[in-house]
Design a protein around this ligand. Structure first.
Ligand code: APR
Length: 253
């Protein structure tokens, strides 16, 4: 394992072949320097709100107004003018555009900063803030504003079922078949800004090492819960480590 402190230049321990497939997993840490809170850092979201009160299907059934208030607040923060993609989001777009092989970004983030930066081959495995879904019929709509229990589904006409189109604890993440397909066939797996506490994403590094025999790298502020499973790690803020790491990959071409 190589561990570098934040430095403008960074040497990856492994460079995939130019047609190699790269899968990148991102978490809340990549958006921290864009002004969005993480969940489990000191002072993070789950230190202020109990996830059992706002981020489970049971919480929505019990107290939908409370769930809406939480997500309306977070969506409003996400819409704020000062919340913009940062150098790490942009570096991943440069990789997708400049790397000859497939590059896929799988994000646990429900913010749209990867989309806004320009990532195209992108999976939001935990859904997104900018969509709502009907709990009764599954109809999905674009939604940037507040949701309330008075909202009526435009497909089934039922009230009180519109909810954020995000994946709550106890629900199945989105597009898992496509994600596992990419993981089982990649040459390099990079995990960025995730604490490695939430499955199935926390298990990707083991899947990749075991089944694809791929190289694995963690770019995080500090060692994640799964840090020992990675072949390589670089610790520092994402806006420093990610551009440095990605530019080194691109310069190898
Ligand atoms: N640069 C890089 N990493 C950072 C930065 C930064 N500037 N700031 C914080 N981090 C790291 C933290 O050290 C931590 O390891 O980002 C990680 C964030 O971890 P979590 O808050 O647990 O977020 P995440 O791993 O994305 O959570 C997974 O849990 O609550 C659910 O559905 C939610 O998608 C989320 C999932």
């Amino acid at each position: 394992m190589s561990q570098n402190s934040t430095a403008p230049k960074l040497q990856p321990a492994f460079i995939p072949p130019a047609d190699g497939r790269i899968v990148i997993l991102t978490g809340a840490g990549i958006s921290k320097e864009s002004g969005l809170e993480t969940f489990r850092d000191a002072g993070g979201i789950w230190s202020k709100v109990r996830l059992e009160d706002v981020a489970t299907p049971e919480a929505f059934a019990r107290d939908p107004k409370r769930c809406h208030a939480f997500y309306n607040m977070r969506r409003a923060r996400h819409r704020a003018a000062d919340v913009q993609p940062n150098a790490a989001h942009h570096a991943l777009v440069r990789l997708e555009q400049g790397w000859p092989g497939d590059v896929m970004v799988v994000t646990q983030n429900v913010d749209t900063l990867h989309d806004r930066a320009g990532s195209k081959n992108l999976i939001h495995m935990h859904g997104t803030y900018n969509q709502a879904r009907c709990n009764f019929c599954g109809h999905v709509i674009a939604n940037e504003g507040d949701l309330s229990v008075e909202d009526v589904c435009s497909a089934c006409n039922k009230a009180a079922g519109m909810r954020p189109n995000v994946v709550w604890f106890g629900e199945m993440p989105i597009e898992m078949e496509r994600i596992y397909g990419a993981l089982s066939d990649c040459d390099l797996f990079i995990s960025i800004g995730t604490s490695g506490n939430v499955y199935p994403a926390a298990g990707f590094v083991a899947v990749v090492s075991k089944h694809a025999g791929a190289h694995t790298a963690e770019l995080n502020l500090e060692p994640s819960a799964g840090a020992t499973l990675f072949a390589e790690a670089h610790y520092g803020p994402a806006t420093a480590t990610v551009p440095a790491y990605i530019d080194a990959l691109l310069q190898s071409l």
